[in-house]
Design a protein around this ligand. Structure first.
Ligand SMILES: [Mg+2]
Length: 180
């Protein structure tokens, strides 16, 4: 079991409403005080299977994806993808084999909410307590300039890179708030 108590979760979706189809799920364990990171979880989800299970795609989101970078769109061409049920089983295993106490989303309502919808859709138990959800946007509200000045490393909208970026500025904000 790892020592990290926080997990940054980012999902990529084909919609921006509740019950949206999911294309990628990424998680990175981290230490909020130091910004150190631990184990990573990163999988592509079978979008067609999401829709078969009753999750939804949204035209505006699909149009938005078409305007994103070649690197971000390339994720959709990756052929190794898991069914929604298997994806969530793997995510549950990852979380239960960790020391994770708090899960973060940007916002919590979006990433963690859509994931919760997906868990409900396949009839699996959500592997965290809703009381332990924390929100990236709330932290950014206190020090927006830190996020604005944080250089992105990697590909925006590749969920694993988004997780690491969010961890970098959240831990910087945390440090600033705790050192006056
Ligand atoms: Mg993202």
């Amino acid at each position: 079991m790892s020592e990290f108590k926080h997990a940054m979760i980012d999902i990529e979706t084909l919609g921006n409403q509740s019950r949206s189809a999911i294309s990628q799920i990424s998680v990175v364990e981290f230490d909020l005080e130091t910004g150190d990171t631990g184990r990573e979880f990163d999988i592509n989800v079978d979008i067609k299977d999401c829709v078969h299970q009753g999750l939804e795609m949204n035209v505006d989101t699909v149009m938005w994806w078409m305007k994103q970078s070649k690197e971000a769109r390339a994720k959709f061409e990756e052929t190794e993808r898991y069914s929604l049920d298997r994806s969530l089983e793997l995510l549950s295993n990852y979380i239960s084999n960790s020391g994770i106490q708090n899960v973060w989303g940007n916002s919590a309502r979006f990433d963690l909410g859509i994931l919760s919808d997906a868990y409900n859709t396949v009839g699996r138990e959500i592997p965290w307590d809703f009381r332990n959800e924390l929100d990236v946007r709330t932290l950014v509200f206190f020090k927006p300039e830190v996020k604005d000045n944080c250089t992105f490393i990697g590909t925006p909208h590749d969920a694993i890179d988004d997780c690491k970026h969010q961890i970098r500025y959240c831990s910087l904000i945390w440090k600033l708030m705790n050192n006056g």
